[in-house]
Ligand binder design. Sequence first.
Ligand code: PLP
Length: 472
Amino acid sequence: MINLKEFRKYAHQLADWMADYYKDIENYPVKSSVKPGDIFNSLPDLPPSEGESMDKILMDFQFGILPGITHWQHPNFFAYFTANASYPSILAEMLTTAMASQCMIWETSPAAAELEEKVMNWLRSMIDLPSNFEGVIQDTASTATLVAILTAREKCTDYRINEQGFTGTEKLRLYCSTETHSSIEKAVKIAGLGRKNLVKVEVDETLAMKSDKLREAIENDLSHGLKPFCVVATLGTTGTLAIDPLHSIAQICEEYKLWLHVDAAFAGTALVLPENRWMTIGVEQADSFVFNPHKWMFTNFDCSAYFVKDKEALIKTFEILPEYLKTKTHGTVNDYRDWGIQLGRRFRALKLWFVIRNFGVDGIKEKVHEHIKLAKNLAEKIKNSEDFILFEPQHLNVVCFRYQPLQISNIDEINHMNQNLLQKLNESGEIYLTHTKVNGMITLRMVIAQTNVEKKHVDKAWELIKQTTKNL
Ligand SMILES: Cc1ncc(COP(=O)(O)O)c(C=O)c1O
């Protein structure tokens, strides 16, 4: 293994590699084009018995691993939702990884716990959540949603399931829209509720939940002796960024005394801009809220901001106190191991702190505003183009569209053309997009949220899309 002197040398070398990577990132194909098994088969079946030189390892990284990497930080990455990063965030990650502290309880790194509390308060005020929400960093929105559902389950059963397990008489029912992210279904399965007890509520033509259908579903369940306990509302669905009507959903939850969890995994970052806060009218009635700074707030994956109103219920659901974790400070400080599933925790607050301080709140707002402006601009061009159909309403910085020349009306043919278009675009290595299905129609999505994306990238992507349709 290398010694401290060599470590210093390679750390400098890799710092240069990182800066060069970002300098040259546009020269890489956005999406890796390796075939399944290419990387695996290029690697030896057995680990080396003797240590190998760092030079050789780095060479193999450069030529053997890097070709199998999709470059999520490339400004032409328009796929899925972004997992954007930024220079201050990367620098913080370097420190986090060097200290390699285990931040499970206050005593195992007091600064990590206290910084987490502080930056979560900052985030809460940046997105204008009510001050009676308390924040904790989870790894992902999937985990945060699972945490919310488990807390809701325990609160509504007086913490009985944690004690005794399911007796079969609970009949708990949870509601979300048909467009909700698959992590909700996964959480329902893990929480032992049974997939059949997840009620998927119909959506309207904007793909947002119909709140009258939610009420109907709840009433119907009550009349059959079932027990509604939780609703998940989505602000910004994964397919088209549809926004569920939080205000009316919150009123229904209030009326029937249901836990309301808000999943704003991607779109939550847009709340830094006051003009987008129409989405959160009614949020003061929610019980929990999640958004991912690791998607659109320039903070390296993973970093998911989870806010909960009833902190005691959260802690009561997850608290464990084995002898070796007993401390004198317990109860007077935040021991975050009791605020979620993991015991061991990374020091994630540091990168948020670096990002918020180095961008400044205004800097974050500026970038988010710019992304939305770029998307609106593109949406306008698509709308004015004869051969393309824009999906509307177009929200924030996600643009959904399909190629549909006037002379073609057969749905299968249109779907086939769009699949073909997507494949050709992605194989080009120039840009990377993904798709969704809207009413059976393949629909392409462009997510304009990459940290370094500029107008020239979006313009070039649009030209490439139009050009590629000529060769379908
Ligand atoms: C709306 C929504 N919720 C939840 C998730 C899950 O996010 P994570 O990868 O942080 O678990 C996603 C992922 O894209 C999402 O789009």
